[in-house]
Design a protein around this ligand. Structure first.
Ligand code: AGP
Length: 610
């Protein structure tokens, strides 16, 4: 989603800003802009479309300077045009603002400003902030930004420059991440530490309602009441230990990340499987044994793919730990008021750790006094820092907008957690030992599953023209059906739906015809025969069937039109292995349809607005 990078120091600022914007590019955006400031004033370049357009504009009309702010915008208020792109200027072009988040009372503020004679030049909510800062400025930028942010309702991460104080950048945060970068040649502000990788060594996270000022010489952080905050510095390399822009020979990040899954799973399990005690261990859960045993219910909350991982978690926890689980969309949970008893914990699942709805749901649970845990990939992200305890995925940076390795790593962590909770309850040492063995074999099984790629390519050729595709599975594989459909929708723009296979006959079967393929998840397991019957029902209506099944399964081969083979693994780990062909199928179909695999239309990697 929107990205901010700002720098002031002794280096030419434009290459730093462009490099930072490129590092944020994978998050999704539809326009970009920069503004520099010096004694002569503020200088602006903006373009709709990709950063390459902005770079071209800067080649045609170069900007120089050592202090500037920049932004990638993901349109919320107003279309993705040049006039709506950030930075936004006040009428006198004395101030420039870049903003992430949403100002909810922008219409009222806009009306008040227009009544005062201010002429707006964009449709954005951000522009009100620019005019407010200009109006409230009386010689001190920090004060003006502080007072302006007090008037807005909603969320913001902002960086502001002013022609009267060239060399100074002021930042402020409420609900939208912001970090300060500290480097040998200057200071920076960014929405993501990853954007600072080429020039900062240390970083400082801003907390909500904090204001900061950076100059070439130093940085300061204040509360809204102007009290100086003593902030902790973090080593950037430790936080962003996996900055990895290299495609390593793969044509797309998504494909690279699909192939990274055996290693990602190994990393997720590293040091966490305890053969001696036949259990798993986690360093950061921060639950003592009494609290652990006292947990009577878990609410898992997440969005998108992470929500699907939570649904698998529900089956895992119920079977292995015998703990009731509810999985809630974070966007729903945050506004619900469910009766929740004392011994319920909330578990947020998130790759980025910045998803606005998941963060809000976590905060609401915390406010109600519940213990909150997080499963998260991005170290130091807002959710990772705000949860009472948690588990990192260690999957490495996920750049592709379509989440792949984060999903399988999330399910793997949930499986380990279920074993851990189960071992404090009814799982015997022998049962625990068997489960640990099965987990250890998982990376090899995923390696083997990746061998289906050639078959997937052929299947993709046959179905890339489809207008609707159904994904069907039962029990552990029902959430994987949902995930397969989401992957396809996201990157190929084909309409797809996931269903529990038996639900078909209650309505969706009306969609089935010769043109509507169904992808069946049908490896051997307790409900194999039931799923086979559901498959027959589709075949009887001339629906093409693609089966994800054991390579040796003749029974499946007799019914299905195509079989994509996956290795046999125990049922509780099938979601991880069965996800692989679905990710590859979405990828191959997307390629055949000429879509932008890593940057699908309308989507953002990290959804930081409500
Ligand atoms: C996955 O492919 C998506 N792009 C999306 O659904 C994502 O999983 C969702 O936005 C949640 O993100 P998070 O895991 O970073 O919280």
């Amino acid at each position: 989603m929107c990205g901010i990078i700002a720098f002031t120091g002794s280096l030419d600022v434009i290459p730093i800003l462009l490099e930072g914007l490129r590092r944020l590019e994978y998050r999704g955006y539809d326009s970009a802009g920069v503004a520099t400031v010096d004694e002569t004033g503020i200088h602006l370049r903006k373009r709709s479309g990709r950063i390459t357009e902005l770079a071209r504009a800067l080649d045609d009309e170069p900007l120089t300077g050592v202090c500037g702010i920049s932004h990638t915008r993901w349109a919320t208020h107003g279309p993705a045009t040049e006039w709506n792109a950030h930075p936004h200027l006040d009428e006198a072009a004395d101030f420039a603002v870049v903003h992430n988040g949403v100002i909810e009372n922008h219409l009222q503020l806009r009306q008040q400003l227009e009544d005062d004679g201010v002429v707006f030049r964009s449709d954005t909510d951000t522009e009100v902030l620019t005019h407010l800062v200009a109006k409230l400025w009386s010689g001190n930028l920090v004060e003006a930004v502080t007072r302006a942010t007090e008037l807005v309702r909603g969320t913001y991460g902002v960086a502001v420059i002013c022609r009267h104080e060239p060399g100074t950048i002021v930042g402020a945060r409420l609900g939208s991440p912001l970090v300060i970068g500290i480097g040998p040649a200057g200071h920076s502000i960014a929405s993501d530490p990853g954007a600072l990788a080429n020039h900062a060594e240390k970083i400082v996270y801003l907390a909500d309602r904090q204001i900061c000022q950076i100059t070439p010489e130093g940085w300061t952080v204040w509360t809204r009441d102007a009290v100086t905050v003593d902030c902790r510095m973090h080593d950037l390399r430790q936080v962003v230990d996996t900055i990895d822009d290299d495609l390593n020979g793969f044509p797309h990040h998504m494909l690279k990340e699909i192939y990274e899954q055996p290693e990602a799973l190994t990393n997720a399990m590293r040091g966490r499987l305890d053969e001696a005690d036949a259990t798993a261990h986690f360093g950061g859960l921060n639950l003592d044994p009494r609290q652990l045993r006292g947990v009577e219910r878990i609410i898992m909350t997440a969005c998108g793919t992470s929500y699907h991982a939570g649904l698998v978690g529900e089956y895992l926890f119920e079977e292995l730990a015998r703990i009731p689980v509810e999985v809630e969309y974070a966007s729903e949970l945050r506004y619900r008021n469910p009766p929740v008893d004392r011994n319920t914990i909330t578990l947020a699942i998130t790759q980025s750790g910045e998803t606005a709805d998941t963060l809000a749901a976590l905060r609401e649970s915390k406010r109600m006094g519940h213990t909150t845990l997080a499963i998260c990939n991005v170290v130091g992200s807002s959710i990772a820092r705000e949860a009472d305890g948690g588990v990192y995925l260690h999957a490495g940076t996920e750049v592709g907008v379509a989440s792949t390795k984060a999903f399988t790593s999330q399910v793997c962590v949930l499986a380990m957690l279920a074993v851990y909770f189960g071992r404090t309850r009814h799982l015997s040492a022998l049962q625990g030992a068997r489960l640990i063995d099965e987990l250890q074999a998982l990376p090899d099984a995923v390696r083997e599953a990746l061998r289906c790629h050639d078959v997937v390519k052929q299947v993709a050729q046959r179905h890339a023209h489809a207008r609707n595709i159904l994904y069907l599975g039962r029990q552990y594989l029902y959430p994987v059906a949902l995930e397969g459909a989401l992957k396809l929708k996201e990157i190929s723009y084909i309409h797809a739906e996931g269903y529990p296979a038996a639900e078909m006959k209650h309505g969706p079967i009306a969609l089935v015809d010769e043109e509507t393929p169904s992808v069946f998840l049908v490896p051997r397991g307790q409900v194999f025969d039931k799923v086979m019957s559901n498959m027959q029902e589709i075949k009887a209506r001339r629906g093409p069937v693609i089966a994800i099944a054991s390579p040796a399964d003749r029974e499946v081969a007799r019914v299905a039109d195509d079989v994509i083979p996956i290795p046999d693994v125990p049922e509780w780990l099938q979601p991880i292995v069965a996800a692989i062909p679905l990710q590859l199928l979405a990828y191959e179909i997307s390629l055949l349809r000429g879509c932008d695999v890593d940057k699908p239309r309308n989507l953002a990697k990290s959804v930081t607005v409500e």
